[in-house]
Ligand binder design. Structure first.
Ligand SMILES: NC(=O)c1ccc[n+]([C@@H]2O[C@H](COP(=O)([O-])OP(=O)(O)OC[C@H]3O[C@@H](n4cnc5c(N)ncnc54)[C@H](O)[C@@H]3O)[C@@H](O)[C@H]2O)c1
Length: 433
């Protein structure tokens, strides 16, 4: 099929490359000319395992093209995916839909034959109705169909998630349109992916309901971890045992820092706004947001306590700063709150992240990127394991740190608390004694 992805970010680029790999002809469009030029020169705009190879393969085969020419891409395609960002509106909690509406207007100006227009971006329920209205101002209704196909891929595992999704959700009020999109996904369905169709609004809401539920699970176990720390219980035991209950399930029950990333924080907020708009109090999601915000303060307070309230002049090493491993995405990472707080208290921060130096910290003094773990930890008073990258999982801390009595705060519970104590290390973790 001939496909156009508008927005060549995490979702547009990964799914565009994957659709091309299934044999489709794909145009990936973006308004950022530098991004498109780089892609045409083989440079990826972000880090995602396996993406570079997949893009190379399909670019070289001629099935995958990168362009800023939205008109040409729309006119040559039968199916148009909208993959632009839907961030939180500044100083508000609602989703900023300006990019979605701008693209909808662009589409309306360039429709030359029947098109299926699909929102892959996460959009609040009823947004499809508005897109339809925008396009219908310029184009006859029978010339297009607006569909919702929310994306569930996870950064760091995006290609695998595209190829082996838990489910593919399509929301449309037209049966023939659903079967056309189903045929696009047929190679994945044949390999066992669940296919679920509903009406358009249903698909839009499913995405928010899923993300808010996952955020709730994380916040829930984080609060249980707080109680574990006060009562001498190991949160890992609680996670394992409650996860054995099939009604609960074991995933997303690992206590750690506040959840971050490009989706959960913004999607939980946007869902509460949609609830308010439809006079439905999303009280659980509201308290999850609050709990997550509190968590950042709680953990930074704990860092202060670990350093006996003497942060000034201390060298703190952050191992990992991204919100999760295998991505260079810093959006809403808890490190973005932690770093300025600790710097304000007078700490010097050395950080290392396998995905490289972060421009997010360039505005601060006294924070230094180190090119390896050893350099980051050598003169450390406190090492904070912030992100669960593989290379942080088996470190010999005594060998890499020069200072005596240095401390370790493991926000990911990567090490056995018992073994660390046996080694004589000052080791602190989450929800464990
Ligand atoms: N990142 C994820 O893990 C993930 C997972 C599932 C769903 N989503 C959802 O997918 C959507 C996109 O997320 P993302 O992380 O890929 O965003 P992103 O910021 O990485 O990419 C969006 C891209 O759209 C481009 N763009 C904006 N306006 C445009 C226009 N008028 N014409 C052409 N290009 C334009 C931007 O330049 C940018 O490159 C969001 O709604 C997000 O919630 C993201």
């Amino acid at each position: 099929m001939k496909i156009c992805m508008i927005g060549t970010g995490y979702v547009g680029l990964v799914s565009g490359a994957c659709f091309a790999d299934l044999g489709n002809n794909v145009y990936c469009v973006d308004k950022e000319i530098d991004k498109i030029n780089s892609l045409n020169n083989g440079i990826m705009p972000f880090y995602e395992p396996g993406l570079k190879e997949l893009v190379f393969k399909n670019y070289n085969s001629g099935r995958l093209k990168f362009t800023t020419n939205i008109k040409n891409a729309i006119q040559k395609s039968d199916i148009i995916f909208i993959c632009v960002g839907t961030p939180t509106l500044k100083k508000k909690r609602s989703a900023d839909l300006q990019y979605i509406y701008k693209v909808s207007t662009e589409i309306s100006k360039n429709i030359n034959k029947f098109k299926i227009i699909i929102t892959k971006s996460t959009v609040p329920v009823t947004t499809g109705d508005k897109i339809e209205k925008i396009i219908a101002k310029k184009v006859k209704r029978k010339m297009f169909e607006v569909v919702s196909n929310p994306e569930f891929l996870r950064e760091g595992e995006a290609i695998r998630d595209f190829r082996f999704p838990d489910r593919i959700v399509i929301g449309s009020n037209k049966k023939n349109v659903i079967s056309k999109i189903k045929s696009l996904y047929d190679p994945l369905i044949k390999k066992g992916a669940n296919f679920f169709s509903t009406n358009r609004r249903g698909a839009e809401l499913i995405k928010y309901a899923a993300n808010a539920f996952l955020a709730t699970k994380i916040s829930y176990i984080n609060e249980i971890a707080n109680l574990c720390e006060k009562t001498g219980v190991d949160v890992e035991d609680v996670s394992i045992a409650i996860g054995m209950d099939q009604r609960i399930g074991s995933r997303f029950l690992r206590a750690g820092p506040a959840y971050g990333g490009s989706c959960f924080p913004k999607d939980t907020k946007a869902l509460t706004v949609t609830g308010d708009l439809f006079k439905t109090n999303m009280s659980i999601v509201k308290s999850v947001i609050k709990s997550n915000e509190n968590r950042i303060h709680l953990l930074t307070k704990k860092i202060k306590e670990i350093l006996s309230n003497k942060v000034k002049g201390k060298t703190i090493s952050l191992l990992g700063v991204t919100f999760k491993p295998n991505t260079d995405d810093m959006r809403e990472s808890s490190s973005l709150m932690m770093v300025p707080y600790l710097l304000k208290l007078g700490a010097k921060i050395n950080y290392y992240d396998p995905s490289g130096k972060k421009s997010d910290f360039s505005k601060y003094k006294n924070i230094f990127y180190c090119s390896d773990i050893k350099k980051a930890c050598y003169s450390s008073d406190l090492i904070i394991i912030h992100t669960e990258w593989e290379e942080f999982k088996a470190l010999d801390f005594k060998k890499i740190v020069k200072k005596k009595n240095f401390k370790i705060y493991d926000l990911r519970n990567l090490y056995s608390a018992k073994q660390m104590k046996e080694k004589g290390l000052n080791y602190y973790s989450i929800g464990r004694i």
